[in-house]
Design a protein around this ligand. Structure first.
Ligand SMILES: *Cc1c(COP(=O)(O)O)cnc(C)c1O
Length: 351
């Protein structure tokens, strides 16, 4: 793929002292067009900036859009890595197929990400717990109001430095949502597409009003099986085993989830992917076998859970400190990502 490059003439000041996403995006972005009949064309890297769209642009009305979330990490010695980027290249095509959008050759996706990161490499923070968040996304661009599959699209990548989250590895409290669901089997839960997130904000807001930081989603039919927490996959340590819900079509298949399962087996822990009910969690808690709960995702890596609330019942996990396995998984995975530990699984890609 040929990528034309136009560098900015006004590089921005790099941000300092921020938590979470920096207020400033990097100097450049990647853009490519798709036109039915022609395919993908005009790959280009240009200065980051605003774009113009017709008010009729179809993504604004019917939400034909997908995205990815990945990161670049920099070691103290200046080397810079992506983490399993081929997983994102593959997953976005699964999302695109679900949303009736054209797929993109995985090697083109990877070339676009790598070239952009190389150009804005100075923006990759090297401090511990910091990284460069990379957001590839696709949008439908036909200026047409009929509900129809768009014939034109944009593929873009934007990037933003990401600092340590306040209280990294501090336990979060979770509200188990009884009324709203994130997705159902046959729906779009396994795709990273905008509507999954806009539809979930109402429950997130309610959890926060009640003093909980995140929502735990249950299955859409019986409302009794655990699916995910916020936009993270969820893990439990029950009686020494690491248990996570099996991928069932409504759960997003996380790159972190897959990596955590591999690391747990490597630690010699038994893992199970299977349906898990809320009742099982309360029973395990009463028996004293619910040892740890943690969410996983690219943004936070591993996020320990301190408290679960369901109707008028509550489960307390641990003592508010991250559990032993959560801490070890966080330390190991972040060390592999930043190049501070041997890459035994071949997960790093140097940029
Ligand atoms: C992105 C995402 C995850 C985590 O996936 P990673 O590849 O580990 O970042 C989990 N659940 C939802 C709903 C997501 O959107």
């Amino acid at each position: 793929m040929q990528i034309s490059i136009t560098k900015t003439t006004a590089p921005k000041q790099k941000p300092a002292n921020y938590t979470g996403f920096s207020p400033e995006f990097t100097d450049h972005m990647f853009v490519m067009n798709y036109t039915e009949g022609t395919g993908w064309h005009d790959a280009r890297i240009v200065p980051y900036g605003s774009m113009e769209f017709m008010p009729s642009t179809s993504v604004l009305h019917y939400g034909q859009t997908t995205f990815e979330g990945m990161k670049a990490y920099k070691n103290e010695d200046g080397s810079c890595y992506l983490f399993r980027p081929e997983m994102n290249a593959r997953r976005v095509n699964i999302s695109n197929a679900r949303m009736s959008m054209p797929t993109l050759p995985e090697e083109d996706f990877l070339q676009a990400v790598k070239t952009l990161v190389e150009i804005d490499k100075e923006w990759v923070p090297s401090e511990k717990d910091s990284s460069l968040y990379i957001r590839p996304f696709f949008i439908a661009t036909d200026p047409y109001l009929g509900v129809a599959i768009s014939k034109t699209y944009l593929f873009m990548i934007i990037m933003v430095p990401s600092g340590p989250y306040f209280g990294t590895l501090g336990a979060v409290n979770i509200w188990i949502e009884e009324e709203y669901v994130r997705s159902i089997r046959g729906g779009t839960g396994y795709a990273k597409t905008g509507g999954n997130y806009s539809g979930s904000m109402i429950a997130q807001a309610r959890a926060q009003q009640n003093g909980y930081q995140q929502v735990m989603w249950l299955d859409g039919i019986e409302h009794k099986y655990v699916e995910e927490v916020g936009s993270m996959n969820i893990f439990f340590k029950i009686g020494g085993k690491i248990v996570t819900p099996a991928l069932n079509g409504s759960i997003l298949s996380g790159v972190t989830r897959d990596s955590i399962l591999r690391l747990c087996r490597d630690f010699g822990l038994e893992t199970e992917e299977r349906p898990i009910t809320v009742d099982e969690l309360f029973a395990a808690s009463e028996q004293g076998t619910l040892e740890e709960i943690f969410g996983t995702g690219t943004a936070v890596v591993v996020s320990p859970v301190g408290k679960l609330r369901y109707k008028d019942r509550e489960i307390l996990v641990g003592n508010g400190e991250p559990g032993e396995v959560s801490r070890r998984l966080y330390d190991t995975l972040t060390a592999i990502q930043r190049g501070n530990m041997e890459d035994r699984f071949g997960w790093r890609v140097e940029v």
